[in-house]
Write a protein that binds this ligand. Structure first.
Ligand SMILES: [Cu+2]
Length: 302
């Protein structure tokens, strides 16, 4: 797999790191319809054109060819699961994340202070640092915290952690098809949730990298790392931040001998110079027990 903006290695892997059918929407407008929790959007199922084979696509990722896919009725999170949401889960269940059990997680080096002690990197993606003590409550390791990030997406959660949270909520992770159906917001074949132009009228619509990756981020979109889950306008179905900000775990297995899982949406590290996976069709496969500072999730339910 090409070097994307997430390391795909599992905990024990090498690399020097140890171990257009526009559906009706229902239940919108604050959730008072009884269709589900206020933070979920109920979508009627339908068929849609999944994937991409335009000039931006990565055929090697399996996003080509475009094919017609049917999804059933589904409710899906309006937002990614936040740190506040996750804290409630932990206090109710004492869930220990994989990052906490293994004692480390992957952090983007550009978020670490200049005087941070030496860390090990990922070969081919040296901006990813193995940071001992990094976890959801300490996104950049010991000394960092989430006091000012209550409404940011939880990160440093593995696929297994995300699935556990979803179960606790009486929900599940979306399938990749459900995620993309919802992320498209009813726009057939568009590159982004709002259309084909990345910055329509010069306006930034998602949290990705601007500048020269990985050294200079001009912060033109306002953010270096994560941003609040509602920081940008919603798509046509009322979902916020489906592209950019953080990758979002999906239920589906990713081909391969290991337990890899699909995620969607790209992250604050995506930049056209090396990773155009900030598009609705884009995807990546990541080890189910791995965690990083740029993968979170949203939940779904039948
Ligand atoms: Cu990327």
């Amino acid at each position: 797999m090409g070097a994307c903006c997430s390391p795909s290695t599992g905990r024990g892997a090498p690399d020097g790191v140890p171990g257009r059918v526009a559906p009706r929407t229902t239940g919108r407008g604050g959730g008072s319809s009884g269709a589900g929790p206020a933070d979920m959007v109920a979508l009627a199922g339908g068929t849609f054109a999944m994937g991409s084979d335009d000039e931006y696509a990565y055929p090697g990722d399996g996003e080509s060819p475009v094919r017609t896919v049917e999804v059933g009725d589904v409710s899906i999170g309006r937002y990614a699961v936040t740190n506040t949401d996750w804290a409630a889960f932990v206090s109710a269940t004492d869930h220990r994340s994989d990052a906490e059990r293994f004692g480390w997680s992957f952090v983007f080096g550009g978020l670490l202070p200049d005087d941070f002690p030496p860390t090990r990197g990922v070969s081919g993606a040296p901006w990813w640092r193995q940071v001992v003590g990094a976890d959801w409550a300490h996104p950049e390791g010991p000394g960092s915290g989430i006091d000012d990030r209550a409404d940011h997406p939880v990160v440093h959660v593995s696929w297994r952690d995300a699935a556990a949270y979803a179960t606790w909520r009486g929900a599940r992770l979306p399938t990749e098809a459900e995620w993309e159906y919802a992320a498209r917001g009813g726009l057939a074949g568009a590159v982004f949730p709002w259309g084909d132009e990345r910055e329509p009228g010069g306006e930034h619509r998602m949290n990705v990298w601007q500048g020269t990756f990985p050294s200079v981020n001009t912060l033109a979109d306002g953010w270096l790392g994560t941003c609040p889950v509602d920081a940008f306008p919603p798509n046509g179905f009322g979902l916020h931040n489906v592209c950019g900000n953080v990758w979002e775990w999906c239920a589906d297995r990713w081909p391969g001998p290991d337990d890899l899982r699909a995620s969607k949406g790209g992250s604050y590290l995506c930049h056209e110079s090396y990773c155009r996976r900030y598009r609705v069709a884009a995807r990546q496969g990541t080890a189910a027990d791995s965690s990083t500072g740029n993968i979170g999730f949203r939940i779904a339910a039948d």
